[in-house]
Each structure stands twice: as C-alpha cells, then as structure tokens.
Design a binder for this molecule. Structure first.
Ligand code: SF4
Length: 309
C-alpha cells in the first residue's frame, strides 16, 4: 500500500507531540471538556472503577476483548469450528450468533481486520493564525470492500442490549470512522472512495439480526468535517484547566455521564458508581474508556496493525 508521510502532531502546548485525535478523545471533549483535560492533558491513571459491581464491569471488559479477538481470528480465516471449541458462556452464544448472522453481503468481500487509519487535517484557528496540523486516527473492527463496490465499516458491540440507533448516530464514532476512511482511501490499495460508497454498521451480540445501519454521503462527509474541525479548534484554543469546564451539573448529566466517570470524586459529582445494567444506554462500555486501555485486560494493542496516512 502507498504510504503518506506521518502527519505532524497537534500544535498544542497541552498535548504530547505525537498526540492523535480520535473518536474517543473527541467524544470525551463533547461530553465534558474537563473529562478531556483529566484524561488527555493531565493523563490521570486509568482504568478505575466506573460501574458497579466492579467485578461485573471488569468481566464485561474482558469478555468484550475476547469476543473481538475471536471474531478477528475468524475473519482472518482460522477455522471457526476450532475457535468455537470449549468457549465459556456467554462467548459461546455470541460466537454462534456471529457465525449464524454474519452479514451475508460480507461474503466474498475483501476485509481489513482490526486496523487503524490515521489522517492529517489542517484546522483553522484564530484570524491571521496559520492552520494547525493535527492527526486524526480511527481503529476499525473490520472494513469490508464488497464485490459491488461498497465499503462497510463493521463494529461489533457486546453490550447487554441493542444500543439506540439515534444515540449511536450522534456519537463521534459514527462521525470519525467513515470520515477517516474516505480521507485515507486515496493512499490505500483501494484507491479513492466516494462517501456514497461507505456505510457504517453496528452489529450487536444482543440482537444479531438487527444491526444499526448508517449510509454515508457527500453532504454528511462535509458536515462531519466541520464538526470535527470545530471540536479540534475548540480543544486547541484551550490553554489552561479553566478552559476545559465541567459538564453542566444536572441530574441528567450525573446520571448519564458522571456516574460512569472515574473522576466523579474529583468533581464532587457523587460517590457511587452507576449500575452496569444502565450502561448500554450510554453505548458500549468501550466508548467510555480511552482508546488503548479498553481491551488491555485481554487484548494487547500490539496485535493491531496501524497504517498511517
Ligand atoms: S465526573 Fe462528570 S463533570 Fe467530572 S470529568 Fe467526569 S463527566 Fe466531567
């Protein structure tokens, strides 16, 4: 594959030289600027107790990692019968569902499994200031180039319930993943991809026959570019902790965000962790954890090839 030189890092005195924005960091900022500050600027230790009971939380993380590794191996061509041998619950049921309900339009598709793409963006800042070069990265469970010219981004979700499609569509994952794929495509073996060829698809172990499917297009691509640029510009404009305020305090914010946030004691936003059974309303558990740590219990990131464009 043709490779583009590494994009320069974000021009921010707050962020590491090699910092790359991602759906996870942008979602953190969109949800709560202070959460971005604590996670990516102060880089406070992670993971920590985010949901109760703690053991269930850790088990769900571990099972999610194991499931992704299983599917990765199956997609890479390992014998599914061998992979299915002696799987404990619930992995056995999840893997059976994958085998029975893997989308039929993936048959014959060329797939890229567990890959990362990274692109270079120029972000307009203040008047008379030069655009800031930044990197934006996305880690994909699977990208399938189908025989009829479509590019399907598959994301495997292992939450207790099928996530609300409206909620999923609003999340930065649904913005960043198709955007990065289209922008990186000219440097990939596939060649340029029109936004209309792309589809974002979430597949749920809890509802394997009801994936959430989001077609993509040029209008959406332009809107996504603007949304990403606005978020990055706002982050780059911050120079101190006070520029990254706490999310407005309300019952809804505490229930939706703070109860699952490891920083809530620092913010005086309550003591008790949220109940795990409520977590699916906020998305898959991985969405609440900075990238690079979500599967660290069982899924080494060195298993993931990164392509930089
Ligand atoms: S506890 Fe709430 S206010 Fe504090 S960082 Fe987390 S989400 Fe933001």
């Amino acid at each position: 594959m043709q490779r583009h030189p590494f994009a320069p890092a974000a021009e921010s005195p707050l962020l590491p030289d090699d910092f790359a924005f991602s759906q996870s960091s942008l979602q953190a900022y969109a949800d709560c600027p202070r959460r971005f500050w604590l996670t990516y600027v102060e880089r406070l230790p992670w993971p920590a107790v985010e949901a109760s009971p703690v053991q269930d939380h850790e088990l769900l993380m571990r099972q999610g990692g194991q499931y992704h590794r299983l599917v990765q191996r199956a997609e890479l061509g390992l014998d599914p019968d061998e992979l299915a041998q002696e799987l404990p619950a619930p992995l056995d049921g999840w893997f059976d569902a994958y085998r029975a309900y893997r989308p039929t339009d993936l048959a014959g598709a060329r797939v890229e499994v567990e890959c990362s793409l990274s692109i270079h963006l120029e972000i307009e800042q203040r008047a008379n200031a030069a655009p800031a070069p930044v990197r934006l990265s996305a880690k994909y469970d699977l990208i399938a180039a189908t025989q009829d010219g479509r590019f399907i981004i598959m994301d495997w979700k292992t939450g207790h319930r099928r996530a609300d499609p409206v909620h999923l569509q609003r999340r930065l994952q649904s913005v960043v993943y198709p955007f990065v794929l289209v922008e990186a495509a000219p440097y990939l073996g596939w060649g340029p991809i029109a936004p209309e060829q792309v589809e974002m698809r979430y597949w749920f172990t809890a509802a394997p026959t009801q994936p959430a499917v989001f077609p993509y297009g040029s209008f959406q691509h332009a809107a996504n570019r603007q949304r990403i640029a606005d978020l990055v510009a706002a982050i780059l404009a911050g120079h101190a902790r006070d520029d990254f305020p706490l999310a407005p305090d309300s019952e809804a914010t505490r229930r939706r965000l703070c109860r699952f946030c490891t920083y809530r004691s620092r913010c005086n936003r309550g003591i008790e962790a949220g109940d795990l059974s409520d977590l699916d309303d906020a998305g898959d558990i991985e969405d609440l954890i900075p990238e690079g740590t979500a599967r660290s219990l069982d899924f080494g990131m060195d298993e993931i090839a990164e392509l930089n464009f």
